[in-house]
Write a new protein. Structure first.
Length: 198
């Protein structure tokens, strides 16, 4: 197995020359940090650059393995999440949880992909009744979400093909069991990464 530093160099090589982040950070800045052996900063900068452009699953896989070796578990989990998105597509939504008094959850949940709630996305069961679909949930910019709170979330469906009809502007509901515990408005539905770009 390659060491973390080799994996980070390989990930850098997968970016196009001149790639940059919205903050102005470039691939050249990453290479300078590599020369200075500032590996945690290299990882952060690579993630920042890749957030604004399509990159291959292999790129995210390299970053995830490197982060795991560097014992940066949160970063490793995020890179693995992004690798999944490049293979299956990205779904982002603005989720509002019901308060406990409105019949929502009683407790907050961790927001890094552990929760796998049910979602009503408009699919129907063979008998014509409501069907629900499972999708893991990642809360952007926060460690979790409490009853009554709202946040932008990313969804990783268990069966992505059943979600292909979902579009920005659609409203879906989150369930734990049958009761509705939250409502989400889709803000992004991006297709999988197109192979051949790396």
């Amino acid at each position: 197995m390659d060491d973390a530093f080799t994996l980070l160099r390989r990930a850098t090589a997968l970016l196009p020359e001149g790639a940059w982040a919205d903050s102005g950070v470039t691939v050249d800045d990453v290479r300078e940090c590599q020369r200075e052996q500032e590996w945690e900063l290299v990882l952060d900068l690579l993630m920042e650059i890749a957030d604004g452009r399509p990159v291959s699953p292999r790129f995210w896989s390299h970053l995830g393995c490197a982060a795991r070796q560097m014992m940066l578990e949160h970063s490793a989990d995020w890179c693995e999440w992004r690798a999944w998105e490049t293979q299956h597509g990205t779904l982002r939504a603005r989720l509002s949880l019901l308060s406990t008094e409105e019949g929502g959850r009683r407790t907050a949940f961790a927001g890094q992909g552990q929760l796998r709630p049910l979602w009503d996305i408009g699919n129907r069961a063979p008998d014509g009744g409501q069907a629900v679909n499972v999708a893991r949930l990642w809360v952007e910019g926060a460690p979790g979400l409490a009853p009554g709170e709202s946040a932008t979330v990313r969804l990783a469906p268990l069966s992505p093909e059943q979600w292909r009809h979902v579009r920005p502007g659609d409203v879906i509901t989150m369930h734990e069991g049958r009761p509705v515990v939250g409502t989400a408005a889709i803000i992004e539905a991006a297709p999988p990464y197109v192979a051949g770009r790396d």
